[in-house]
Write a protein that binds this ligand. Structure first.
Ligand SMILES: Cc1cc2nc3c(=O)[nH]c(=O)nc-3n(C[C@H](O)[C@H](O)[C@H](O)COP(=O)(O)OP(=O)(O)OC[C@H]3O[C@@H](n4cnc5c(N)ncnc54)[C@H](O)[C@@H]3O)c2cc1C
Ligand SMILES: NC(=O)c1ccc[n+]([C@@H]2O[C@H](COP(=O)([O-])OP(=O)(O)OC[C@H]3O[C@@H](n4cnc5c(N)ncnc54)[C@H](OP(=O)(O)O)[C@@H]3O)[C@@H](O)[C@H]2O)c1
Ligand SMILES: Cc1cc2nc3c(=O)[nH]c(=O)nc-3n(C[C@H](O)[C@H](O)[C@H](O)COP(=O)(O)O)c2cc1C
Length: 814
């Protein structure tokens, strides 16, 4: 028997007090559009709440009505249902009802899909099927430093959800080794950081996994696979992934398919390798965990339930921004909506100055934000000085993370094209959906949620959602659900088809087209505001190597510097800031950063700006911001200060090198004082003696022109006058016809480089842009060892690998 739409037709929310339940089920639901509240009665249970909670309530109702249909031997025709849904969609107005409709569409389609081929006599099988499905579980784990692996894990989670696994996605540190035994399958996405290390949010898990108390074979019942993210410009490519994979296998875990690996250097980014690998993974999962008869996978064109949705925080907010139309429908009050940005045309387009609530952050005040390159030079490089109250200890190689904000013009543009201006400033709250584990104690999907009064669409788009990022493939499949235009829908779905990976690359990655621009082009797409956090990726902080060390860390230094630059432009803000200070200057910490502002013209001749550096360029002296301080991966310590070093830092890579140079001066002075005061024994005195005879440190710095971007040139000259044992070798790449790079200078100073590294057991640090530079430097060093040590290439490479293993060769590139 075919179930007609009319039979479902009592999903009705046109006028108050009409039944909302499918006929034949003992229950009814009422929607009161004036109050925007609703009541759902199912059997003896009555639920009351907002339409969004109704939405959640209906998620239980609709599948059960579908089950009843199935148990009564009815088969659902997707076509008929879609027709009905279309009708319902046309009737629906306003964001809330739209979103309800979308939920109905989703549930109806997936129920219909599930039931389509269940034979009429399968009441018992249905229970059995349910049991099979509920025991089908996937645990997707990630270890991620800057979010790429987390994105991959979420993508894997969507893949397993579509294969009807009950899926949980979490960071590795949030689980114990024992918990690996529970799910049907464990999938892991992990990046490598530092010098072949695991990301911080995987370290605790790794420690547990390495425990000698774990017996070999203890994980024999675990079925798993893993995907690693790395960069071939690093010597220890994908090491964290390989270490983790090997240890799991050692403990008996059984791979369900070959592990996969991505390389940042791949022209198509992570997707270049993840996409083909995920197709294989899907195939293997279906082979190993076939679906019960009659149950199909959830098609790509069915929208998965978001983990969290937004709702208005209070009813007043809703009534203020909405009105009831003549036919009783609730619509957004567009005519009376106020676009605050239009009212203040004179206000500059710079991000708001409010402090972000970031856990573990410190509040830094901008002392100066000086452009180091002349205005005529194409690249804007900033020397940013910040101070923070109280003492914060940091070492060379440590980083500060700056959390960007979007610009008001972009945010307003986004709100406009989505028709969200009327509710842009209404307080909102997050509501977990049924797919968020009940045990979860979080109250929001945001890592650093704002105070409840600060949770509005405008604030979300300004501070938390990356509307300027380059969209991933999954973004397009989600968008396809929110358009009524068949052409747009078809085009959006094309981008999600693995066969058209080149099209996606040409549309997004190559021209660096942003999410905002995609939405401007697909103007028929209207994302329900309740879903925005599951569709737009979260904004991430960007790390910057701290460029200050030693004496540069203290505020006293800034005051000394002030007297030197009394007449310069930089002096006024510094003076004002320090003039205002009360209390001891020792209670303050200075941070200096060297930041290349990302601004370039794309292949389609559009200007693109980096999300975080555009924000940084807008910072004014006196402004405050929340930053976090991280331990660096270079592992620099005072114990190394008696060894000579070679520093290779082209461009902004010189930042951590400058911190190291100044810190070593303090460390060496301290060591000297300790040895003369007899605090340390003969060893230190020996080292000190050796220090006097040790070779001078070498800094290989690369930039474009001697006049444009030779950062800290004056400082190096001053240090020279102070007899600091440092030689700086600048490679100006564009001052002559042929390129001259740091690796060329390493070759030309082969004798000295060999003396420092091979004879004196010194260390080498390589920092700066990733890509070809680190590999080119590595090759030049192998040549130096080969030529100066009179050994063959393999032995020279082996020597370099040994340096890596013993921590004498360290690289941090970005
Ligand atoms: C440990 C660490 C230390 C770092 N230290 C520093 C530092 O001291 N100084 C510093 O300036 N940065 C540093 N960075 C880099 C910094 O974190 C940011 O990645 C960088 O500033 C860009 O951020 P953004 O948000 O402005 O750009 P995004 O919006 O993230 O855009 C950057 C992307 O734009 C694209 N892009 C950039 N230039 C071009 C171009 N010419 N053509 C085509 N595409 C391009 C690239 O795909 C790049 O990935 C460091 C990174 C790490 C991980
Ligand atoms: N449009 C561009 O040309 C371009 C290219 C890369 C980065 N960027 C921007 O610059 C920012 C980072 O800048 P940055 O100043 O820190 O560093 P950088 O771009 O890495 O440049 C520093 C120096 O390294 C040189 N270099 C380039 N390729 C090299 C290689 N294979 N081996 C050794 N040296 C090499 C550069 O020379 P040359 O540039 O003369 O080759 C330059 O002299 C990026 O975020 C990006 O926005 C722009
Ligand atoms: C400071 C730093 C150190 C890195 N070290 C390595 C490394 O040793 N080996 C490697 O293969 N990739 C290394 N990478 C590359 C990252 O693994 C790669 O960028 C990855 O996409 C980051 O994923 P995530 O955002 O999940 O952390 C490093 C990247 C950075 C920024």
């Amino acid at each position: 028997m075919l179930m007609h739409w009319e039979q479902w037709g009592s999903f009705n929310h046109r006028v108050p007090s009409q039944p909302l339940y499918p006929r034949g089920i003992a229950g009814r639901a009422e929607l009161d559009p004036a109050r925007l509240s609703c009541r759902v009665q199912a059997g003896s249970t009555t639920m009351e709440g907002t339409p969004l909670s109704l939405e959640r309530a209906t998620s239980d109702i609709i599948p059960s009505s579908a089950d009843i249909a199935a148990s009564e031997g009815m088969s659902l025709s997707t076509g008929v249902i879609s027709e009905g849904v279309k009708q319902l969609k046309q009737e629906a107005t306003g964001e809330v009802t739209q979103s309800l409709v979308q939920r109905l569409v989703r549930n109806t389609l997936s129920s219909a899909e599930t039931i389509k081929s269940i034979p009429s006599s399968l009441e018992a099988t249905s229970q059995c099927t349910q049991d099979v499905l509920s025991s089908r579980t996937a645990l997707v784990l990630y270890g991620s430093e800057t979010g790429n692996s987390q994105d991959v894990a979420e993508e894997m989670g969507r893949l397993t959800e579509r294969l009807r696994f009950n899926t949980q996605v979490s960071e590795l540190n949030s689980v114990t080794v024992r918990q690996l035994l529970l799910p049907s399958v464990v999938l892991i996405a992990i990046s490598t950081t530092g010098q072949g290390d695991l990301p911080a949010n995987a370290q605790a898990f790794w420690k547990m996994l390495r425990s000698v108390r774990l017996r070999l074979g203890c994980l024999h019942s675990v079925r798993f696979t893993s995907f690693g993210l790395g960069d071939t410009s690093y010597p220890k490519f994908n090491w964290a992934h390989r270490k983790l994979y090997n240890r799991l296998v050692q403990l008996g875990a059984q791979p369900i398919c070959d592990r996969g690996e991505a390389d940042d250097q791949h022209p198509e980014g992570v997707d270049g390798s993840f996409l083909p690998w995920s197709i294989k993974l899907r195939q293997r999962l279906l082979e190993e965990y076939p679906l019960p008869d009659g149950i199909e996978t959830i098609r790509d064109d069915v929208l998965l339930e978001p983990k969290w949705i937004l709702d208005f925080a209070n009813v007043e907010a809703i009534s203020a921004s909405t009105k009831i139309s003549q036919n009783g429908k609730r619509i957004l009050d567009l005519e009376n909506s106020i676009d605050h940005s239009d009212l203040q045309p004179e206000s500059p387009d710079i991000p708001p100055e409010d402090l972000l609530a970031i856990s573990g952050s410190l509040t830094a005040t901008v002392v100066s934000n000086t452009r180091l390159t002349p205005p005529t030079h194409w690249q804007d490089v900033r020397h940013l000085t910040l101070t923070a109250t109280s003492q914060h200890l940091y070492c060379p190689g440590d980083t500060l993370t700056v959390y960007p904000k979007n610009f008001p013009s972009d945010v307003t543009q986004f709100l406009k094209i989505m028709n969200w201006l009327p509710i842009a400033d209404s307080p909102l709250k997050f509501i977990p959906t049924s797919s968020v584990a009940l045990s979860s104690h979080t109250s929001s999907p945001l890592h650093n949620p704002p105070s409840p009064s600060d949770l509005t669409l405008r604030k979300l788009l300004t501070n938390y959602l990356d509307i300027i990022s380059i969209p991933r493939r999954s973004f397009f499949s989600q968008l396809a659900h929110f358009t009524d235009d068949p052409f747009h829908r078809e085009r959006l779905l094309e981008f999600t088809n693995p066969e058209y990976i080149d099209e996606l690359y040409d549309y997004t990655t190559r021209p660096r087209r942003s999410i905002l621009e995609v939405l401007q082009e697909f103007e028929s797409v209207h994302i329900p505001w309740q879903h925005v956090c599951s569709i737009i990726p979260f904004m991430r902080g960007r790390q910057f190597s701290i460029a200050s060390g030693g004496r540069l860390k203290t505020v006293e230094y800034a005051l000394t510097k002030l007297s030197a630059i009394r007449n310069s432009q930089e002096a006024a803000p510094i003076k004002e800031l320090h003039g205002k200070r009360s209390g001891s200057q020792k209670d303050h910490t200075r941070f200096e950063l060297l930041i290349a502002i990302v601004k370039y013209r794309t292949v389609i001749k559009r200007i693109r700006q980096g999300v975080c550096t555009r924000y940084i360029a807008s910072l004014q002296p006196g402004q405050q911001l929340s930053v976090t301080l991280q331990k660096g991966a270079l592992g620099i310590s005072k114990t190394e200060s008696d060894k000579p070093v070679i520093m290779v830092g082209p461009g902004t890579g010189v930042a951590p090198m400058r911190a190291l140079i100044y810190e070593r001066l303090v460390w060496q002075k301290e060591t000297m004082q300790e040895s003369t005061s007899g605090q340390k024994g003969g060893d230190t005195q020996m080292r000190e003696l050796k220090g006097n005879t040790r070779p001078t440190d070498m800094l290989f710095f690369g930039c474009r022109n001697s006049q444009a971007d030779f950062f800290f040139k004056q400082e190096w000259e001053t240090l020279k006058k102070e007899k600091v044992m440092l030689d700086v070798f600048p490679a100006f790449s564009r001052d002559q016809k042929n390129k001259l790079y740091v690796q060329d200078l390493i070759r030309s100073h082969a004798g000295r480089v060999y003396e420092v590294l091979a004879v004196q057991n010194g260390l080498i640090y390589i920092c700066g842009s990733s890509g070809k530079m680190p590999q080119a430097v590595r090759e030049s060093l192998i040549e130096v060892f080969q030529q100066q040590g009179n050994i063959n290439h393999d032995d020279a490479e082996a020597y370099l690998i040994a340096m890596e293993k013993t921590g004498r060769y360290k690289q941090e590139t970005w």
